[in-house]
Design a protein around this ligand. Sequence first.
Ligand code: MSP
Length: 528
Amino acid sequence: MNQMDVKREKFTLTTPLYYVNALPHIGSAYTTMAADASARFQRLQGKSVRLVTGTDEHGQKIQRTAQEAGRSPQEYCDEIATGFDRLWQKLDIQYDRFIRTTDPRHEILVKEFFQRVWDAGDIYLGRQTGWYCVSCEEFKDERELLEEHYCPIHPNKQTEWRDEENYFFRLSKYQSQLEDLYAQHPEFIQPEMRRNEVLNFVKQGLQDFSISRVNLDWGFPVPGDPSHTLYVWFDALLGYITALVEPGEEPNLENAAQWLPFDLHLIGKDILRFHVVYWPAMLMSAQLPLPKCVFGHGFLTKDGQKMGKSLGNTLDPYQLADRYGADAVRYYFLKEIEFGRDGDFNHTRFINTLNADLANDLGNLLNRSLNMSRKYCNGKLPNIAAEDIADSNPLKQMGQQVGEKVKKAYQQLGYSEACQAILELVRTGNKYIDEQEPWTLYKQKQQAAVEEILYAVLESVRVAAYLLSPVVPQLSTKIYQQLGWAVNFEDQAAIGEKAPYSVHSRWGILPANQPIEKPQPVFRRLEE
Ligand code: MSP
């Protein structure tokens, strides 16, 4: 950690570590875009952020997929992991750490963790029987299975009967500690509706779960008993911790601890149980601090069905990003779907939303008002100070409140709510300029009124661009630059100092009388 980091408040967040059985689909991209928006928001707050993402590479599912492709598992993982990184570049994801669970450094940390849990008396040898879904890498309760033992999450995959000797983790020992955690920290499981599901599940009584497999060699051997392979989920969750160790440092729990606890684990609702039941119990056993919040978002559907690799009804995120650009894809998913709920992708809606919000409402407003400013204000920004604009001005009024409102929304992962509040300001700007008709006032030589109107509109566009920057950083940078600010929202290391939220989210900082270049459209209209 460098000197500057020591002083700043920290924020550590994660995406799931994605299985590498196939290239990422839009579901994995969704979580990652949301996590990136939150990380960017936290950086604007001046925090020192660790956004962890990566790949989960062990286990039967990966081993089988590699075999079917006629490849060695490692070779297969290497290729797919690169594919994930390639997509994150296309989607403008600024992660701080990319952890691959096949990293040899990870094995060292896993061994240390296993030893701690072992020393706590929480691991024992037992017998596991039951139905196993290889796609979930999880034993299923017979009651939750579909007919003929098909998995409810992967309805085209039959579960497999297992009867084997496994090592178990003593989850049952943590029943009351977990219940205390949920009671004392209701914010730990979010959103609220997911919390109730978990409470009901836990109330039925927790059972120990197996953390090793036999007849599988793609994974780390169980320390002290190499005839067993560590269960993929046990090793995967620990990947979050290994990711926190600085690249040059020894991979051990102490070196990771400086970034603990996790402020936020962002996941999909299907893997909630692992994160809010198994994971905190494992951390309790190893005497490590518990995450502050786990947020289980909804599923993206296409024609009402869950999109997923196993069902083969996915939407290609590479193509979307190549064709429409990162900002467009990020904006659609974060604005159009209420985070936490399921959301459907619809191509027409995608095009319409982007054209309406970003090309028309925001982009055109900037373009029109900059052109007017050049024409009516001698090629410069309006010559007026924000203090000289009446408090009753509708844009000033709204602009002075939007920063706080959006901050609260981002803090609660209400990306859609944040975007809507920002767009409301932009729409008010459009209405205001149409009603005020600065072009008529200019003809009437009411110069002071013209400058006031244009200032109010341009400053509102600036605030909107700033507040939208966690979602559409490239667009925000372009808008800022056209308004004469040398601020680049991609500047991960310095953005919190160059454009702190406490200053830039406030309406009224646009400098007066600055020369402006000929404006260029900032967001190209999309075609079907
Ligand atoms: N490897 C585990 C996670 C281990 S974390 C230590 C895993 N990987 S996954 O690749 O199968 O899924 C990763 C994430 O993608 C999960 O959060 C899952 O909910 C999410 N999604 C998978 N399909 C999805 C949609 N159709 N829509 C939204 N998210 C979905 O689970």
